[in-house]
Ligand binder design. Structure first.
Ligand SMILES: *[C@@H]1O[C@H](CO)[C@@H](O)[C@H](O)[C@H]1NC(C)=O
Ligand SMILES: *[C@@H]1O[C@H](CO)[C@@H](O)[C@H](O)[C@H]1NC(C)=O
Length: 131
């Protein structure tokens, strides 16, 4: 009896070990921060989840604005911004690249898109280009 109980417990324990990484919701967040001069034209952005192709979110930024996007799928999130007649695209979230990081920061300004994990040191990634 006791060993049967122990065996069931062992099975439960092992299955939890295997299931946890799949079922634990990954609380990851992409934070976009726009920093434009006051009279900049609207900045439009939409994001799609790579392998499913559906829209993960979209936002029209005011010159100074913050937009938070929850990452619900462990999959590349592409985001494309449109600024006047120019556009820029980034991999806003990339599972391999961003492993171990809970928050991805993207600054959107006159340069284009810059990336940071700490919201302080940003690396320029994608300049605005003519469409
Ligand atoms: C997202 O933006 C792209 C480029 O502007 C556009 O082709 C696509 O239709 C947009 N998706 C949605 C759902 O609005
Ligand atoms: C990131 O920095 C901006 C200022 O550059 C600030 O407004 C924002 O609150 C910061 N966000 C977080 C989550 O630290």
């Amino acid at each position: 009896m006791a060993s049967k109980f122990f065996f069931s417990f062992l099975i439960l324990f092992l299955s939890l070990q295997f299931c946890t990484p799949i079922f634990t919701p990954t609380l990851r967040l992409i934070i976009f921060i726009s920093a434009f001069p006051k009279r900049a034209p609207p900045i439009y952005m939409n994001c799609t989840v790579a392998s499913y192709g559906f829209e993960a979110g979209s936002h029209t930024f005011k010159p100074v604005d913050i937009y938070r996007l929850n990452v619900a799928f462990v999959d590349t999130h592409y985001c494309r911004g449109v600024f006047g007649l120019k556009s820029a695209s980034v991999r806003a979230y990339e599972p391999d690249r961003d492993q171990g990081h809970g928050t991805m920061f993207w600054k959107i300004d006159l340069y284009g898109f810059s990336f940071s994990y700490d919201n302080s040191t940003f690396k320029e990634v994608a300049p605005w280009k003519w469409k």
